[in-house]
Design a protein around this ligand. Structure first.
Ligand SMILES: C[S@@+](CC[C@H](N)C(=O)[O-])C[C@H]1O[C@@H](n2cnc3c(N)ncnc32)[C@H](O)[C@@H]1O
Length: 376
């Protein structure tokens, strides 16, 4: 809560109660003013997010009801309810991603690495850094595990589909509300003209537990690699997907209780942030609970053999563990890089540009906290 003198606080409550309501959550008066403007514009001009459409204040369209609604939303926001759930959307690159309780709000750091990856993909093929590959050029296949709102899958598609006209992006998530929102986000961004789906199957979202195995066989079959799982890695000319991306749950139970902001802890889905504990007989029982998704996804990568993998992580220490795990689990992997929050920025003073992972130097790109591991 910003420090205002008791007199200033009293005057704020008396004269601008809406700002006073927002202040406990906003960092300062300026950000409270901005948020008030956005919420006011939203109440007067847009369709309300579904969770508010049936509240009493939203029944009528007159001035009095609108003001009551504005008060209700500002007071919710002041108690830590996320702004994106109130406004209903969050910009993500050129897209607008719909946000709804039960589905994680896309973060700017995720947007930054997604755009950085898209740039690498474009440059890699444009510069002919890999052998000319007509298959990939016309038919790039991207798999997004733990897709949530679909933000990563949709942004990659929107940036890359001109260069790869027959590309296909598939997003998987265990949470039905996420899958349905991801589909809505596809339709919404087509409707607002920020995304053009070139054919009906170019982008798809499915409800899947990535720890199950049923979904892997069809992916391999679809790639024409097998008609059962008995195949030799050496026979693979091209993997079953070209790019594997994931922002999985990666926070430990203690980290969740201790370090997350109340607005995240109280309002965003725990399922999206904290991995469920592994059963004693699980192949992942010995992995740190917060790293369990990486172990699973790296096992998946071993089977699907993507050209590029990007995994979002919580910090540099987790990035180092993931690089180490990639070495242990995918022997043929791979050149690794660690990306910070803003991979295109210069590092700040004191931010090392490489780390040693079990005797191998791994480059660390950009500025900010460790945010993603890139494997190729
Ligand atoms: C950190 S969120 C990421 C969402 C989105 N990709 C983003 O970047 O905003 C993790 C997602 O993993 C999903 N999830 C959790 N357990 C899963 C599982 N076993 N299989 C598939 N998805 C899972 C959650 O529902 C959530 O949407």
């Amino acid at each position: 809560m910003p420090q205002l003198s008791p007199q200033a606080t009293r005057s704020l409550h008396a004269n601008t109660p809406l700002l006073a309501a927002l202040l406990p959550t906003c960092k300062n008066l300026n950000s409270a003013r901005n948020e008030l403007r956005w919420i006011r514009e939203h109440v007067w001009s847009s369709t309300l997010a579904p969770q508010f459409q049936n509240i009493p204040e939203a029944k009528d369209n007159d001035e009095k009801s609108k003001n009551a609604l504005l008060h209700r939303l500002c007071s919710l926001r002041g108690r830590g309810y996320p702004l994106q759930y109130i406004l209903g959307t969050q910009p993500f690159g050129q897209l607008e991603i719909k946000c709804r309780p039960g589905v994680l709000i896309p973060r700017p750091e995720t947007e930054a690495w997604t755009m950085h990856l898209a740039d690498i993909v474009r440059k890699t093929w444009r510069a002919g850094k890999v052998k000319k590959d007509n298959d990939i050029e016309s038919n790039l296949r991207i798999l997004d595990l733990c897709t949530g709102s679909g933000c990563i899958a949709l942004l990659l598609y929107s940036i890359l589909n001109r260069k790869f006209p027959k590309m296909h992006v598939r997003g998987l998530d265990i949470e039905p509300r996420a899958v349905s929102l991801a589909k809505e986000n596809l339709a919404y961004n087509i409707e607002r003209g920020s995304l053009r789906q070139r054919n009906a199957n170019a982008v798809s979202f499915e409800e899947t537990n990535i720890f199950s195995t049923d979904w892997l066989v069809p992916v391999l079959e679809q790639a024409g690699l097998i008609n059962n799982l008995r195949f030799k890695q050496s026979e693979l000319k091209r993997g079953a997907v070209d790019i594997l991306v994931s922002n999985p749950p990666y926070i430990s139970q203690e980290g969740f209780d201790r370090d997350t902001e109340p607005s995240v802890r109280d309002h965003e889905p725990r399922l999206a942030l904290v991995p469920e504990p592994s059963a004693d007989n699980s192949p992942y029982a010995t992995v740190l609970p917060e790293d369990v998704f990486y172990a699973r996804i790296l096992d998946v990568a071993k089977v699907l053999q993507p050209r590029f993998v990007v995994l979002e992580v919580g910090d540099l220490a987790q990035a180092v563990r993931v690089v180490q795990m990639a070495r242990e689990r995918c022997r043929n992997a791979k050149e690794a890089e660690i990306w910070r929050d803003w991979p295109d920025m210069k590092p700040s003073e004191g931010e090392p540009e490489s780390v040693d992972v079990a005797g191998v130097t791994v480059p660390v790109r950009g500025g900010g906290n460790g945010r993603a591991v890139f494997l190729r």
